[in-house]
Design a protein around this ligand. Sequence first.
Ligand code: NDP
Length: 485
Amino acid sequence: MQDLQPKASHYIDGAYHEDTGGNPIPVIYPATGAEIARLHAATDAVIDRALAAASAAQPAWAALTGTMRGRILRRAADILRDRNHEMSVLETHDTGKPLSETLVADATSAADALEYFGGLAGSLTGEHIPLADGDFVYTRREALGVVLGIGAWNYPTQIAAWKAAPALACGNTMVMKPSETTPLCTLKLAEILTEAGAPPGVFNVVQGYGAQAAKLLDDPRVAKVSLTGSVPTGRKVYAAAAAQLKHATMELGGKSPLVIFDDADLDNAVSAAINANFYSTGQICSNGTRVFVQKGLRKKFLKSLARRMKDAVIGDPLDEATTIGPMVSQRQLDIVLDYIEQGKVEGATLVAGGARLDRPGFWIAPALFADVTDDMAIAREEIFGPVMSVLEFTTEEEAIRRANATEFGLAAGVFTSDLVRGHRIAAAFQAGTTYINAYNLTPVEAPFGGSKASGVGRENSRAAIAHYSQVKSVYVSLNKTEAPF
Ligand code: NDP
C-alpha cells in the first residue's frame, strides 16, 4: 500500500506543522481495519498558532479584490480536478467509500464549490440606497474575520471545500478541524490552496477531537463557526457560539422522507430509493431513509428493490466495479447493527441484507426493512448507515402529515407523474432541500441546508454569501446637520 502518512498532523500558515504532544489520532482504513497513518490532536500551542496565523492573514486577504481572491480559488479548483484520481484514492482510504463514488462526488464537488465561489467573488458588492434631499446610504459587504469549520467524517474533502470556498471568497480566513475519523483529505486541500496562491494563514487545518474544536470555538479570535455534524453536537456548538454571539451555520442530521405514489415511474423510484439509502453505504445526512410507498405500488416496489439489491457489488473499495464499501468505523458499524436488531425486535420485516460480513474491516450488507411503522426507532432516529425503512400510506394528506412528523427537516422527496401534486407536496414538506422525481442531488448552484432541528444557514449558491459576510451601512449626507439647540 502507498504511504499515506502526511508530512505532519496540522497545516498552519502555509506549511505542515507537527506537535507530538497531543493525543494520538490513529487513521484506520475502514476496508481492512488496518492503521494507515497516525496523527496527533492539537495542543493548546497548535490551536494558538493556527488562530494567530488566520487572524494575521485576514486583513490583507480581505483587502485583495474579489477578482484576485476568486482567481486563487479557481486555480485551486483546476488543480483539484487535475489530481482527482489521487484525491479520490485518498478519500477512499480516509472514509472507505468506493472509488466509483469518490471519483465523481468528492474532489470534483470541492472543485465545483471553489470554481463557483471563485467566479462569484468579484461581484460581491453592496448597494446604493437613495434618500431624501440627495442623501444616500451605501452598503459594504464585509468579511466576518476568522471562520472555524468543524467537519463530519462522511465527506471530508467536500465539507471542507463547501465551507472554505464561500468563506474565502468573502475575504474571511479559516481554521478547519476535520473529524478525527477522516483527517487526511483536508490537509491535501490546504496544500492545493497554497499551491494555487493562497497566502499563508488563509486556510489552516488543525486536527483534533471534540475538545479541540470546542477550544477553538471558545477563542475570541473566531468570528463564526460552520459545523457539519449530528444534531446533539449541533446543539452544543450552537449554544457555545451563542454565548459569545458568534455567527453560526449548522449542517446537521436528518431522517428524511421519500414519498412514492402509485403513479410514479417504478424503476425511477427504485433507483432513487437505492441512491437515497445506500450511496456512501448510507452515510449521508440528507438520505431519504423513511420511504413511504403508496399501497397500490408497495408489493411491486419491494420486489423490484430486493431484486436490484442483489446486484450491489460489495467489495474492495479501490476496485472501480465496487458499488458498496464498508462503514467508516467499528463504532458506526456497531450503531447500525444495533438499529437493525431493534428493527427486528420492534416487528419490522427484514426483507434483505442487514448482516455483518465476515471479513476484516467494518462491513455490512445493506438492509431493507418493510412493514415499518412511524413509532419504530428505525423510523424515528437517524441511523447513518445502509438501512432503508419502507412504510405504507394510502392518501396524500396522510403522506404529508407523516412525512413531516419529525424533529428533523433536512431533505424530502416525492415521486409522482402528477406534476401538480409534485409541486403541492414540495411546498408542504417541512424541509430545507426538496426534490420532485429526483433525490440527493446537491449542485453548487442550489442552496443546501436544513430546517427545524436539521440546521441553520445555507451552504452552496448565492445564499451562502449571506452566511459568510456581513453588511455595513454607510450613511452619506449632502446636507447640513440640524440640531435642536
Ligand atoms: P458528530 O456530531 O459526532 O461530529 C461532528 C464534528 O463535531 C466532529 O469534527 C466532532 O469531533 C466535532 N465535535 C464533537 N463534539 C464537539 C463539541 N462539543 N464542540 C465542538 N465540536 C465538536 O458527527 P459525525 O462526525 O459522527 O458525523 C455524522 C453526523 O453528521 C450525522 O448526524 C450527519 O447527519 C451529519 N452530517 C450533516 C450534513 C449536512 O450537511 N447537514 C452532512 C454530513 C453529515 P470528533 O469527531 O472528534 O467528535
